[in-house]
Design a protein around this ligand. Sequence first.
Ligand code: NAI
Ligand code: MG
Length: 353
Amino acid sequence: MKICYLPGDGIGPEIMAQALRVLDVFKKEGMNIELEEALLGGAAVDATGVPYPEATQKAARAADAVLLAAVGGPKWDVLPRPQRPERGLLGIRKDLNLFANLRPAILYPELANASSLKPEIVSGLDIMIVRELTGDIYFGEPRGIAEEGGKRVGRNTMIYNEDEIRRIGHVAFKAAQKRSKKLCSVDKMNVLETTQLWRDVIIEISAEYPDVELSHMLVDNCAMQLVRAPKQFDVVVTGNMFGDILSDEASMLTGSIGMLPSASLDENNKGMYEPCHGSAPDIAGKNLANPLAMILSVAMMMRYTFADEKTATRIETAVKKVLASGLRTGDIFEEGTKRVSCSEMGDAVVAAL
Ligand code: NAI
Ligand code: MG
């Protein structure tokens, strides 16, 4: 297993250290894990002047999987756009052709109070949003703001070709097969032709997955249903823009940003795995961050890139065990639980493993 890891900025190095300790457990048990560290984001800007330097490109391309903590922070916000840490993030996603973004939203029973929804609506929630990541209106041409007939006109182009839809569709159907075999495809086919094609192609490929129950929903209804009755969903697949919004909405149903991992995959299941949260500059360097999203990202890496379901489940079980024992970092702390630091949370997961 060739893994390139990118600690990044802010709390990044603190949470990455805990993920590496988890990998070390498996290494000591004899798993063939090869690790290479590289720079991304602000850390890379400081060292080399660019957010996604050549050495990192080389390491990331050569690896089977990339683990990323988080990048960015106020220190670099003054830089021109091409040098900002966030550019490093877009750069590596594009460079590695990571077109499929998988974001689970799971409400752990121990954290039921963290959600803004009533327990009876949200308890037991376990859904997965599959978002297309390299197409749609975010990348379509023509684009820009131009002067036309004495007025400024802003323009973006929503565009998908059938191959792009097909490949994300296959990822979603396969994810559904590994879960409860229900897939909901989200579009806006009543007004947008691009998404009419989306629906047509998803229906075409559904013939290859007779065991998966396929449904369709318009995006505005899906936004409503996610807060009204989120447990009706299992896997949801959608385009880049709708997925951006719906995956953030879904993740917040769980109320705990420090708990949410993600995977971004290419066509060969090479992937980049990272928490959904950012670099949390407000708590950086204080050993306060929740490392569980980072550790759960390692579980996703085992599942999707290395097809090692057993190890993935083992990590997830260890996390559940630690939560059940009452340990909490500040972001998920509530009365009656025990507040621990980032590294103490890491200790507990290692012990549970
Ligand atoms: P953020 O996710 O870094 O922080 C939002 C809030 O959640 C903060 O109060 C923070 O302390 C808390 N938080 C986040 N992760 C936590 C964790 N693991 N444990 C405990 N608390 C946690 O988002 P924000 O503040 O909007 O962005 C900060 C920086 O991160 C910015 O420079 C932004 O551009 C960057 N960013 C990077 C991302 C990435 O690397 N994928 C994603 C989102 C933001
Ligand atoms: Mg977003």
